[in-house]
Design a protein around this ligand. Structure first.
Ligand code: NAD
Length: 520
């Protein structure tokens, strides 16, 4: 492993730097924000740690059920104001927001990096994606139309597509701003007000985003940041009858519990959950590209990505050649200070997740997988002040068989499970052999095989000779346990509006009861 750490700050100095950044970027503190002021809560205090050292940055109070109520009341009013702007006004506001976010992308990426530990190069790319989404959904806001319905006889019939009112999005800690934008913006474009509850581990950037959207012209309450604990703010938001739809992005177990509670309250949901995505390399693939693609598929974001290509299935005839390239590539990845633009892997976002990653690696080895390369932490981290952080170098586990735990368990960290297959049927069966179905990839020069595979794979996304490319025009979501519903692409229309049929009589219609006609 190479390091980008030269003279790291002590843990306390680093925590002070994160604290100062929070004070500058989110001066009102952590609390409910409907676009301007922040209303801090009064509940249990939740600690934020610096991921690079685990030093305590601050503690913030949970706004609790009272905070959820405040957020929803603001969003109900925000919906009326957002509606009053009309499609053109909403489009203008979202396009202005694209300019403001683009102008402040550097500060926002830095805030995200300091609070999540994700390398600046990752958060900078995420900010570019957020700007793309703001522009894209600014366009959609003016293009949501119903249809004129044919075959209606002596009626003129048409459909209207109307917003639900308030949409609640519950987001995870791995990409707070990206997930808030990816799920909040389509709902806004469709005319809804949105309440986003970020993870308790990473609440800051969503608050800042709410303030920038307001500055861009979104009225107060159109986009509300509602940080808080899942059991209090999250549970209250996702079961309140003022909410038209819930979008949950997170783990399978929490997602199912949230969807059940929402359904019991009569609220429909979209679930975007975890994955164990298969990256399948056939013998005819370009091996250099496949190796580089496999490494970035699993290790970008330090493996904390729902669509990480965390299972590598290699055709047996090229196993050695491909794995040699992958090991050599893993050795040169730059692990270090996430603020350094050269850094490629940072620490894990929070301590509990770091411990889970280590436990799952130990389980994989205990079940018979072999760690392919010993990749120690760079000396600058292992012996410096950052040694107490949540650091985890890339782990390549070879021989993870179909019945091993790591074939089926999402690690959500920099761990690649590797195994071989002999032919296309075996590759497909193996790729489809888990409960998940979020993403997948196939590397081959055989065009027919690529399309066969893309059609047969049970996953919401299939990449061919690439990984993790994307655009908001494409649907994104899961098959099987990876979720239901799609919050992007045409999902704007299908998921965030409800259709209404309007019937207009163009001739006098005969009454249902002939006696009424006889009376006239
Ligand atoms: P998590 O399920 O622990 O938490 C997600 C969110 O749910 C957090 O904001 C949390 O506070 C909230 N929550 C917890 N209990 C709740 C409750 N009872 N009611 C309402 N909200 C509640 O997930 P995580 O650890 O934050 O994130 C990691 C998971 O997210 C991984 O499984 C990953 O694959 C998944 N993820 C999926 C996508 C996707 O688009 N499919 C994107 C990113 C992350």
């Amino acid at each position: 492993m190479t390091s980008t750490v030269d003279r790291p700050l002590s843990g306390d100095d680093r925590a002070a730097m994160v604290r100062h950044t929070l004070e500058r970027e989110v001066p009102g503190g952590i609390g409910i924000c409907s676009g301007q002021q922040v209303h801090p809560g009064r509940g249990d205090r939740f600690p934020l740690h610096d991921p690079t050292s685990h030093a305590l940055v601050t503690e913030w109070p949970d706004p609790g059920r009272e905070g959820a109520d405040l957020a929803l009341a603001a969003a109900v009013e925000g919906f009326a104001r957002w509606t009053a702007l009309g499609p053109a006004g909403r489009a203008d506001a979202l396009r202005t927001a694209a300019q403001l976010v683009e102008a402040r992308a550097g500060d926002l990426a830095r805030l995200e990096t300091l609070t999540t530990g994700k390398p600046l190069r990752d958060t900078t790319a995420e900010l570019r994606a957020v700007v793309t989404m703001l522009k894209f959904y600014g366009g959609w806001a003016e293009r949501i139309n119903g249809e004129t319905l044919g075959g209606a006889g002596s009626w003129h019939a048409y459909s209207l597509l109307q917003p639900f009112g308030v949409i609640v999005a519950v987001t995870p800690w791995n990409a707070p701003l990206l997930t808030a934008a990816a799920n909040g913006l389509p709902a806004l474009a469709a005319g809804n007000a949105v309440v986003v509850k970020p993870s308790e581990f990473t609440p800051a950037s969503t608050i800042r985003f709410a303030q920038i959207l307001h500055e861009a012209g979104l009225p107060l309450g159109a986009f509300v940041a509602a940080p808080g604990l899942g059991a209090t703010v999250g549970a209250a938001l996702t079961t309140d009858r003022r909410v038209g739809k819930v979008v949950f992005i997170g783990s399978v177990s929490t997602g199912r519990a949230v969807a059940s509670a929402s359904a019991a309250a009569g609220i429909p949901s979209i679930l975007e959950l975890g994955g164990k995505s298969a990256n399948v390399v056939f013998a005819d693939a370009g091996l250099d590209d496949a190796a580089a693609g496999a490494l970035s598929a699993v290790f970008s974001g330090t493996g904390q990505s729902c669509q990480a290509g965390s299972r590598l299935l290699v055709q047996d005839s090229i196993r050695d050649k491909l794995l040699d390239r992958i090991v050599a590539g893993a050795r040169v990845l730059r692990v270090g200070d996430p603020l350094d633009p050269e850094t490629e892997l940072g620490p894990i976002v929070h301590r509990a997740q770091y411990e889970r990653v280590r436990e799952l690696v130990a389980l994989g080895v205990a079940e018979g997988a072999r760690q392919l390369a010993d990749l120690p932490l760079p000396a600058g981290i292992a012996t410096g002040p950052m040694r107490t952080g949540n650091w985890c170098t890339p782990v390549l586990l070879d021989g993870v068989a179909a019945d091993h735990s790591l074939e089926h368990t999402e690690v959500f960290g920099p761990v690649l499970a590797i195994d071989t297959f002999s032919d296309e049927n075996e590759a497909l069966a193996r790729a489809n052999g888990t409960e998940f179905g979020l993403a997948s990839a196939v590397w081959t020069r055989d065009v027919a095989r690529a399309h066969r595979f893309a059609s047969a794979i049970q996953a919401g996304t299939c990449y061919v000779n690439c990984y993790k490319v994307g655009h908001p025009s494409a649907p994104f979501g899961g098959f099987k346990s990876s979720g239901w519903g799609r919050a992007s692409g045409r999902g704007v229309v299908e998921e965030f509006t409800q259709s209404k049929a309007v019937w207009v009589a163009t001739q006098r219609t005969a009454p249902a009861f002939p006696s009424l006609d006889r009376q006239r």
